[in-house]
Design a protein around this ligand. Structure first.
Ligand code: ADP
Ligand code: GLC
Length: 498
């Protein structure tokens, strides 16, 4: 098959969270299975085209938007796996941030990602891949609200011109909280016929909602775990789009993400001070001591160290974890390290973490910022990993932590419920600890169970680590599920076009 993957983030070129990881790794895994894979994402300001080995394809296209035309240029990087990564260049992407900068979210994101969608569709006609353009026998796989215009544009702007009539599209929802919500008047900038600003398409109570427009298209919808696929059809999990998703439930499938098992492999990870595997965890002890030293905490193998990596955001349950710190330090003599960065509106988390750092200098460290190396060192050096999310479409860090022999303590939502098997009271089964109610007492109870097992039942703890390390989280195991979705979309579209 020929797959065109459209996303605002594709690692290693751009990443603010799991979206970039997933798109980069899924593309590579599809290519390893023999598919022709093209990704289309913007080249943002901080990405040096030369440094990432990009060549100019020489192809440009003029795309409509906001009453004028915008010239977009396609750069290309061919990865070792054979994926053709197209990076599109336009002054609107040539800024320091992906979605915003220190002054806040960019005001023209609707237009920026409309250009991305149009550029991705045009790429199939214009950009040679191994000698010739892909043509219309492709599957467009768009991601989140930034890609959501692809299915809608196909329907609204191309099929009426007799183009892409039998070309299917798949839309993957990574996080329903982010919908691409704008004032209704901004619809005019998209350069679409006015009838598409309607409740069955892009209108949401007089506003413009790009994700909603994409969800109303005719093909397949996926999300990143089976439990999340059920949650988003409920009023609590649906963020106002549960009705739309219920109406489309016959084409909605939850597929649990994989992880890049080469980058996240404790046996070979070059970012660790020592490597280890499930048969011999000696290197993990070295990683813990190095992490404690680096963090300025007391270096003591007998003091449990709890790690957390991720956006500081109410989604991640950051508040629950922070409120549990005094209990962890004072009652459990545990150490806590948090790596994260907070968007401007959640800076309060950073301030509270700083206060605890000052109060407990031998026990608490907050690493504020974004660092791949530190993320790997925490996954390896911690004894337990905390992820008490309020909601979690999939979550990658709990899978990284299991692979690194660092059992997670998670809330039973979304992909956390689907990936972590609960340890029983006597630690006789499972791969981590799971609690249900979003409440600090419940988190602390789960942490207490985990810490007790770590202290008092080392053999059972070792077995929990072993079970987590043995799970195959690789994308190669996930790809057949996407192939089935692409086939389903093709079959349905073939019938529609016939
Ligand atoms: P989300 O996409 O909701 O942020 P995920 O768990 O799916 O959550 O993915 C987050 C990804 O981003 C992981 O690869 C994680 O290691 C990485 N990440 C998040 N914050 C940081 C940070 N401050 N430093 C390094 N990596 C980070
Ligand atoms: C989103 C979700 C996260 C998921 C990631 C990749 O950012 O918040 O749970 O793992 O997308 O699918």
């Amino acid at each position: 098959m020929k797959v065109v993957l459209v996303s605002s983030e594709v690692a290693p070129f751009s990443k603010t969270g799991g979206l970039g990881d997933v798109c980069g790794a899924l593309a590579a895994a599809l290519a390893r299975r023999g598919h022709t894979v093209v990704t289309v994402s913007p080249r943002y300001g901080p990405v040096d085209a030369m440094a990432v080995g990009a060549e100019d394809t020489g192809v440009t296209v003029d795309l409509p938007g906001a009453g004028t035309r915008h010239r977009v240029r396609y750069l290309r990087v061919v990865s070792e796996d054979g994926v053709h990564h197209l990076l599109i260049e336009h002054p609107m992407f040539d800024r320091d941030g992906i979605y915003g900068d220190a002054n806040g979210t960019f005001g023209d994101n609707h237009l920026r990602f409309s250009l991305l969608g149009r550029a991705a569709i045009e790429a199939a006609h214009l950009v040679p891949v191994r000698g010739e353009p892909l043509g219309e026998d492709v599957v467009f796989h768009a991601h989140d609200w930034q890609g959501a215009l692809v299915p809608l544009l196909l329907e609204a702007a191309y099929r009426p011109m007799n183009q892409f009539v039998t070309t299917p599209s798949v839309l993957t929802v990574h996080n329903l909280r982010h919908q691409g919500h704008f004032a209704g008047r901004m619809f005019a900038d998209l350069d679409l016929p006015p009838r598409w600003f309607a409740p069955w398409a892009l209108e949401y109570y007089s506003d413009l909602n790009l994700l909603k427009g994409g969800l109303h298209h005719k093909d397949q919808i996926t999300t990143v775990s089976p439990t999340y696929a059920a949650e988003i059809r409920t009023q609590i999990g649906g963020f106002g789009l549960d009705g739309v998703l219920r109406s489309r439930q016959d084409v909605l499938t939850g597929i649990l993400n994989g992880i890049d098992a080469q980058i996240w492999n404790p046996a070979t990870d070059p970012l660790l001070p020592a490597n280890y595997d499930a048969n011999d965890l000696t290197g993990k002890k070295t990683c813990k001591a190095a992490l404690q030293t680096e963090l300025g905490l007391s270096v003591d193998a007998a003091t449990p160290l709890i790690g957390s990596v991720g956006r500081l955001d109410p989604q991640k349950g950051t508040g629950l974890l922070i409120e549990s710190i005094p209990w962890l330090v004072e009652k459990q003599d545990a150490q806590v390290v948090v790596l994260g960065d907070a968007p401007a509106e959640f800076r309060r988390y950073e301030e509270r973490l700083r206060q605890f750092e000052q109060r407990y200098p031998r026990h608490v460290r907050a690493w504020m910022g974004f660092s791949e190396a530190q993320a790997h060192q925490i996954e390896a050096g911690a004894d337990l990993y905390a992820m008490p999310s309020r909601f979690e479409p999939c979550g990658l860090n709990q899978m990284y932590s299991m692979r690194y022999g660092t059992p997670p303590v998670v809330r039973a939502v979304g992909g956390l419920a689907d990936s972590v098997q609960p340890a029983l009271g006597d630690c006789s089964a499972g791969t981590g600890w799971v609690f249900h109610l979003y409440d600090g007492h419940h988190l602390r109870d789960a942490l207490y169970q985990a810490l007790s097992c770590w202290r008092d039942r080392p053999e059972a703890f070792r077995a929990i680590q072993g079970r987590g390390m043995a799970v195959d989280w690789s994308w190669d195991a996930v790809v057949p599920a996407y192939e089935a979705i692409y086939e389903r979309a093709r079959a349905a579209r073939g019938e529609a076009g016939a």
